[in-house]
Design a protein around this ligand. Structure first.
Ligand code: ADP
Ligand code: MG
Length: 683
């Protein structure tokens, strides 16, 4: 039976009329497949119990007989309908709010099934659902699925639509997992699992069904990533870099430091990818200050020496400027040209830059996201490095591909990702890790102090700057209000200028224009200002090795990864460095965060604890995190299954028969809907 449920619109389902179609569309259900795979997130227990077994405060369903005359009371606009009932040889009162229309139906001696909250002391049930067995029942006596609904769609109408779809199309459901996996894990067959997930006989059945669908979901997700990886590894139309080792070594020798072993190792992994015709898709993770930029510089150098252009994409203008400055210093002696493209490069300058880029007069382009946009055309792009928050989604990679480049892609991140998330969000990438910091770095000491200690903190700042060092002071974060953040920064700058009359205090915030920011940063890099008061615009990447003190005001307002990033602005040179968190946290969570920061300096540990405190949904904070939204699986709770599914998927794609199997057909069917994958899999 080749019944593609994803091609049958929901309006074909019996009982789904035009209005319901609209309601279903509003929650993202368009096809029969969408509807059938719209799974409940919990069940309501409408199984009947004897009244004697119901505890005070419980929600329960009981069958009763109407044993009195209904009474309606009015309180302003509200009404209360009450009626005596008899069940289990005892009398009680059933109460409905704002349902006085039921009054007519409450005829003495009629049987009724009531669901509601039981008040054992007043012998009263506050009824939420009621129905009459003589009219046929739909709910009572079973577990009822509870779906996430929205708009005008109600639970009951969705339940009916799903039940009807299962009746009509249930037979068309097919197994999609390879049989050996179904047997290996003793999974429920797919058609049965889908039915029972919606309509379990009991909770155990619901759990078995869920287990099956969780595995399927995670497996197919991992299979997609592994299939993508495998195709990518096998393709031969990537950029082939040919720069010999001797040439690269010459550049490495010109750096002002010796590479750490960890840097050398990841460099080898990267060069191996670059020297193959496959497209590199590699994630480079390393804690703040571990020296990722140098690694990227070597890769960019390699690309240019092989006759290609390189791009370095960073999240902020400040960082773009910093990188273009430091790369220029590194590359100038080798005759390699570096261009800078941000949104503040405009007009004539922009036109010239883009023209030079297209002619191949610029070897390396550093910039913000503007860099991969339409008007930007390289002559021969060989390598794209993205720093910090950016990660190319599969679709952005296909944008590059459609532009005619097949560059190698290296993604750097300083937010070490706990394994759980790494194999989910980055499962399609190869991962290199720098687990070691450059030699001679003294660990940053972190203190947490209360607001009232401000005087001593000022003393601390004076001590550091009087010894020739520099300090940052980060303003409190006002949720959602850049304007207030800026005001805070301005106020704090004034206070600090007064408190430290003998030193120069700089100010940096997001409302300054690019030239002002650049000048402020220049003064700080040059050591002309001693203290830099700033909003979080310095959060990522800023590199001033002479800065040794980071003071964060109202630190409990910041997230852990943000705090760790901010702390990473110091400890970047040979001087002992400090981070002072000023906070009077009002919540337990705030106190715990301060605890994590003072306990550990290790970014991997910080992010592990962060995940623990917040849960995965919050961890990345944004939708663009690259984390998929699963229908039934829970990334953390089902982590063991996720790992298993990943291994199974990796093994399966090695099997040549996989590519002609129904499982691959199913995957491909799903992928066809995802524009993102179109460019990757079907060319
Ligand atoms: P991140 O990994 O946070 O991007 P950077 O690449 O900015 O780190 O490096 C942090 C600092 O350490 C920079 O000042 C850089 O020049 C310096 N650095 C990088 N590698 C080494 C090394 N092997 N030895 C000494 N200093 C290094
Ligand atoms: Mg960096």
């Amino acid at each position: 039976m080749n019944n593609r449920l994803d091609q049958i619109p929901v309006k074909e389902v019996n009982g789904v009329g035009a209005r319901k179609v609209e309601e279903l569309h509003a929650v993202g259900i368009f096809t029969v497949k969408d509807l059938i795979e719209y799974f409940p997130f919990r069940y309501e227990d409408y199984r009947q119990k004897p009244l004697g077994d119901v505890k005070d405060g419980d929600k329960a369903t009981v069958q009763a007989k109407i044993a009195g005359i209904p009474v309606v009371q009015r309180f302003g606009k509200k009404t209360k309908l009450s009626c005596k009932m008899l069940a289990d040889y005892s009398m009680f009162t059933a109460v409905w709010f704002n349902r006085n229309y039921l009054k007519e139906q409450l005829e003495p001696d009629r049987e009724i099934i009531l669901t509601g909250k039981w008040d054992g002391r007043r012998l009263q049930m506050n009824v939420t659902q009621s129905e009459f067995p003589d009219r046929g029942t739909i709910r009572s006596g079973s577990l009822q699925p509870v779906y996430s609904i929205g708009g005008d769609l109600t639970q009951n109408s969705l339940r009916k639509a799903i039940a009807s779809a299962l009746d009509q199309y249930g037979d068309a459901l097919e197994e999609v997992l390879p049989q050996e996996l179904v047997s290996k894990y003793e999974l429920m067959p797919r058609p049965q699992a889908i039915r029972l997930l919606h309509q379990p006989g009991d909770l155990a059945e619901g759990q078995e069904a869920r287990k099956r669908m969780v595995y399927e979901e995670l497996f197919l997700f991992q299979l997609k990533l592994q299939a993508y990886r495998s195709l990518n590894r096998d393709r031969r139309d990537g950029v082939l870099h040919t720069t010999p080792n001797a040439v690269i070594r010459e550049f490495v020798r010109s750096l002002p430091f010796e590479l750490t072993d960890a840097q050398k190792n990841v460099e080898l992994e990267i060069l191996k990818d670059m020297r193959s015709e496959a497209c590199m898709n590699r994630l480079l993770q390393g804690d703040v200050g571990s020296g990722k930029t140098a690694v990227a510089a070597i890769a960019l150098f390699t690309s240019v020496r092989s006759g290609f252009q390189g791009a370095l994409m960073v999240p902020t203008e400040i960082l773009a400027e910093q990188h273009s400055r430091s790369l220029t210093t590194m590359f100038e002696p080798f005759g390699i040209t570096v261009g800078l493209l941000t949104s503040s490069v405009t007009g004539r300058k922009r036109k010239d830059l883009l023209a030079a880029l297209q002619m191949g007069l610029i070897d390396i382009l550093v910039g913000t996201h503007a860099l991969i946009q339409d008007e930007v055309n390289f002559r021969s792009l060989g390598l794209v490095v993205t720093d910090e928050q950016h990660r190319f989604g599969v679709n952005q990679r296909s944008v590059l591909r459609r532009k005619g480049y097949n560059p190698d892609v290296l993604t750097m991140t300083a937010t070490p990702i706990p394994r759980t998330l790494a194999i989910t969000a980055f499962g399609d990438m190869d991962v290199s890790t720098i687990a070691e910091r450059p030699k001679g770095r003294v660990p940053i000491e972190t203190y947490w102090v209360k607001q009232e200690m401000m005087e001593r903190v000022l003393g601390f700042i004076r001590r550091e700057v009087s010894q020739g060092r520099q300090a940052y002071m980060i303003c409190p974060l006002i949720e959602e209000s850049e304007k207030l953040d800026v005001q805070n920064a301005i106020d704090l700058h004034t206070q600090m200028s007064q408190a430290l009359p003998d030193y120069r205090v700089g100010l940096l915030h997001g409302r300054m224009n690019a030239a002002e920011k650049e000048e402020t940063m220049r003064q700080f890099y040059a050591g002309e200002t001693h203290l830099l008061v700033s909003t979080t615009v310095v959060e990522v990447g800023v590199d001033v090795p002479n800065a040794t003190l980071m003071v964060i005001m109202d630190a409990d307002r910041f997230g852990l990864s943000q705090l760790h990033q901010l702390r990473g602005r110091v400890g970047r040179g040979e001087h002992a460095s400090y981070c002072v968190l000023i906070a009077d946290p009002k919540s337990e969570l705030g106190r715990q965060r301060m605890g994590v920061m003072t306990d550990t300096n290790d970014g991997f540990e910080v992010s592990r604890r962060d995940l623990e405190l917040r849960g995965p949904g919050d961890f990345f904070g944004t939708k663009q995190s690259g984390l998929p939204e699963f229908k039934v699986a829970d990334m953390v709770a089902d982590f063991k299954v996720l790992e298993q599914a990943r291994d199974d998927a990796a093994k399966l794609v090695e099997d040549p028969f996989f590519w002609t199997s129904p499982t691959y057909e199913h995957l491909r069917g799903n992928l066809e809907k995802e524009e993102a994958f179109r460019g990757e899999l079907i060319d």
